[in-house]
Design a protein around this ligand. Structure first.
Ligand code: ADP
Length: 518
């Protein structure tokens, strides 16, 4: 809009405008052909920051009206007026009275009389500053979306309300070689391989029917030209218009063929490993069983011969040999039994037969069994019962086996003429129960503490080993206490001794204790 440089006679006060012009949300003006402002409305005054039409007209008369921010634009406008030209939606930046910069869109033309003489110039001005910033934000968000789409290996897709594909981003073609044109207008099941009636597909179709979002739906995708099928992962959300009417789905897709292949081969490897493990356990169980039968015969017959049941042997050396045969066969039998136990536990075939066990009796019974060995090695076993923990809920055979393993180790690795301490303590949590076996023997090096609870784990190599043992006792003990939801703890200092703890959780403490505590 031009500002008037002519003085006096300005018309266009608010009172002269029609109600319609006053009420228009866009600025309207009329000037003489030379540019003197004749008429304006409130919206125009607002755009330029004037309190009313009168002050706007006054400012125009005094030549103070805001002008194009860009001088070139101003000159172009003047030239346009001089040549009686028209402008159509010209977008320019103008400055308001308070110095604010505003973007306006302007349309103007000359009104002429019958002789084609220009009567006046009139036009509209619209403040489009907000509109432009919204457009700019929209463009920015579109650019961002395009950038993401370009660098992502996922593609974007849309479906219409009939669940047919209506859009794919370019990544579909680059990632999969699939021509999007072949999929547009078709539903997802049409491109899938296999039975879409299976429960996996049915659950997906049910999601679509109920307009639910879905995540990582995987399906084999049929490719043309006998190419191997792809595995596609799709996630999507339903789209609704402002009236809540369903308009389709929009989401992302990705090619997970390689990932699915790796998963499948891992799964197959796991199945194979499980099969091999089962075969190993079955083999060990069978071999052990086959070995036990003849061993029992050897033990039985050497017993009879040792006792000279059917007459004297005569040669004393034979008696010593018989003793050796008996000891070796017993040792072999105990190893075989341990291997069998361990394979049973590892195959998950050992089920606990939980009963309430009187702890004192069980510990004393185990000590009695170990005592001959202890006496032989001149080791004393001292037991301190704990009246606060009279019973445990456990598998009796397992508990006895754990105690025997710990006691025989303590005796085996103790100095002669030393003592072994067996005690029952309340757990460190103040609730569980602990059976503790301590010796003052050779101890276990710290870096071997993990090894000794592994099957066949010894602190010494088999060549230099000075102690007899299968290396299975602690491995079995650890697994047995874990089956009781407890833990095995070993504390040891080389040259000073070892303390092994069987830690039972509070649930394993018997009812009598609970009664007593109340
Ligand atoms: P083993 O039949 O050989 O005793 P274990 O599994 O019971 O088998 O023990 C494994 C190894 O742990 C033993 O060979 C020994 O080296 C070490 N060990 C176990 N208990 C003790 C202990 N109380 N003192 C010293 N070393 C021990």
């Amino acid at each position: 809009m031009a500002d008037s440089t002519e003085s006096g006679g300005a018309v266009g006060s608010a009172g002269e405008q029609s109600d319609l012009v006053s009420a228009l949300p866009i600025g309207v003006y009329r000037t003489t052909p030379s540019g003197r402002l004749l008429l304006a409305n409130k919206a125009l005054a607002d755009i330029y920051g004037y309190p009313g039409v009168d002050s706007l007209v006054e400012a125009a008369a005094e030549g103070k009206l805001a002008w194009y921010a860009d001088p070139d634009r101003r000159d172009a406008f003047v030239r346009l007026m001089e040549s009686w030209g028209e402008i159509d939606r010209l977008v320019s930046e103008v400055q308001s009275r308070d110095g604010r910069r505003i973007w306006v869109s302007e349309t103007a033309r000359f009104v002429r009389d019958a002789d084609d003489t220009p009567l006046y110039y009139e036009g509209t001005i619209q403040d489009i500053t907000d509109l432009l910033s919204v457009q700019r934000a929209l463009r920015e968000s579109e650019r961002r979306f395009r950038d993401y789409a370009e660098i992502a290996s996922d593609w974007f897709w849309e479906m219409d309300e009939t669940l047919c594909f209506s859009y794919f981003s370019d990544t579909l073609a680059t990632e999969t070689g699939i021509d999007p044109q072949k999929l547009l207008g078709r539903g997802r099941p049409e491109s899938a391989l296999g039975d879409t009636g299976d429960p996996h597909w049915q659950a997906h179709l049910d999601d679509l029917k109920n307009r639910r979002a879905f995540y990582d739906f995987r399906y084999p995708f049929k490719r043309p030209d006998n190419h191997d099928p792809l595995v596609i992962s799709a996630s999507g959300v339903p789209i609704f218009d402002e009236n809540g009417v369903f308009r389709g789905y929009r989401g992302v897709g990705s090619n997970v063929t390689e990932e699915a292949r790796v998963q499948q081969s891992l799964y197959e490897a796991k199945l194979q490993a499980e099969f091999a493990n089962r075969a190993k356990s079955d083999f060990i169980a069978n071999v052990s069983h086959e070995l036990r039968t003849p061993l029992n015969a050897i033990l039985g017959f050497t017993d009879i011969m040792r006792d000279e049941l059917f007459g004297p042997i005569g040669v004393p050396r034979y008696t010593r040999y018989l003793e050796d045969i008996h000891t070796s066969a017993s040792h072999l039998l105990s190893i075989i039994n341990m291997i069998l136990d361990l394979s049973k536990i590892e195959a998950g075939k050992l089920e606990l037969d939980d009963v309430e066990i009187t702890l004192d009796d069980c510990i004393r019974g185990a000590i009695e069994l170990i005592n001959p060995l202890a006496r032989e090695r001149q080791v004393r076993i001292e037991f301190t019962p704990n009246p606060d923990i009279p019973t445990l809920i456990a598998d009796e055979r397992a508990l006895r086996q754990m105690l025997l393993n710990l006691l025989s180790n303590a005796v085996k690795f103790s100095e002669s003429r030393s003592s072994i301490e067996v005690a029952v303590d309340i757990g460190a949590d103040g609730e569980g129960a602990v059976v503790r076996v301590s010796d003052v023997g050779m101890g276990i090096p710290e870096d071997k503490l993990d090894l000794v609870t592994q099957p066949f784990g010894h602190t010494e190599s088999s060549l230099s080993r000075s102690y007899e043992g299968s290396g299975l006792g602690l491995a079995i003990t650890r697994r047995l206490i874990e089956l009781h939801d407890g833990a095995l703890e070993i504390e040891s200092t080389v040259g000073q001794g070892t303390t092994v703890r069987l830690i039972f959780p509070k649930e394993r403490r018997g009812g009598v204790v609970a009664d007593r505590q109340m």
